[in-house]
Design a protein around this ligand. Sequence first.
Ligand code: SF4
Ligand code: SF4
Length: 348
Amino acid sequence: MSNKVYFLSWDRRGELYSFLKATGAFDHVKARNFLAIKIHFGEDGNEGYIKPEHVFPVVKIVKEKTAYPFLTDASTIYVGKRSDAYHHLLIANKHGFSIEKCGCPIVIADGIRGNAERKIEVNLKYFESVYIANEICNADSFIFMSHFKGHEITGFGGALKNIGMGCGSKAGKYAMHHSSKPLVRQELCRGCGICLKNCYQKALYLVNKKIVMDKWKCTGCGQCMVSCALKVFKLNWNEDSVTVQEKMVEYAVGVLKNKNGIYINFLNHISKYCDCFSLAKNTPLMYDVGIIAGVDPVAVDQASYDIVNKAFGKNFFKDIYPEIDPTIQLSYAEKLGLGGRNYILIEY
Ligand code: SF4
Ligand code: SF4
């Protein structure tokens, strides 16, 4: 696996097609292969997702190789417009991911209810087997188009998160999040009820205007933490973030087992929170930097992390999440053989 990582500055994003061709990353794409382009179609009101005009050049190159590209994502476990395939397709359509604009169709990877999955054996620290969305398993190879930004549990979200968390079925996502159940500091609660609307599991309720959590129902998705302005919900960051990052990487091992991938990270609209929020919370905190591509997901994420920090002038992720060490995902992925943290950066 090549550790070369290619960089295109954001002001030259109009040259994405020729940039990607120049990387040589598409050389492994084989004729008549079903190639899954894993992407996030954005939540309602969210602006951080990768736009259809940036998908089109990627699809164009794949089609030149006479392969069969399709756009895909799997259902979420939190409340929103992507928690089943029906609504997922509607929001994708609303955000412009049409065949006309992207050049290929969408196939939601885990079916109408998010339970079309396959069990893949990995035999690792947390999981003997992982539960991956069915059509991800059916794909011959992958392109992961990932929006690189902050993340409330893993510190940052990039290629590794798009692979591991993004390709898990609902059962898989529950298994990854299971350890990240927030502590409830009831004394801070004012009883406004906002968090209740964001809890997909209906694990929260009010008693005498104070929030109560049903720990048996909670999946640790983290939506309540972001929705409560009074910081009633709190993670044990050291333990929970590390565990979720490592679990996510073990899922990535299952997804990539015996398969090739191309990884394209978009370092724009860099927000504190992930793209699952439809709130105004995902406003960008720094300028748009560029696009990174390569065939090593660890090198691509490491380079993205380094370039964002350099552009910010100090460690951006430490600034927004002092409690989280987001490099755990990089070191664990390297340890499990998904790629390497050392890379050669080539500017286009
Ligand atoms: S959002 Fe916060 S303050 Fe409002 S009910 Fe939930 S925990 Fe209480
Ligand atoms: S209580 Fe919070 S972390 Fe648990 S399922 Fe509900 S929103 Fe997610």
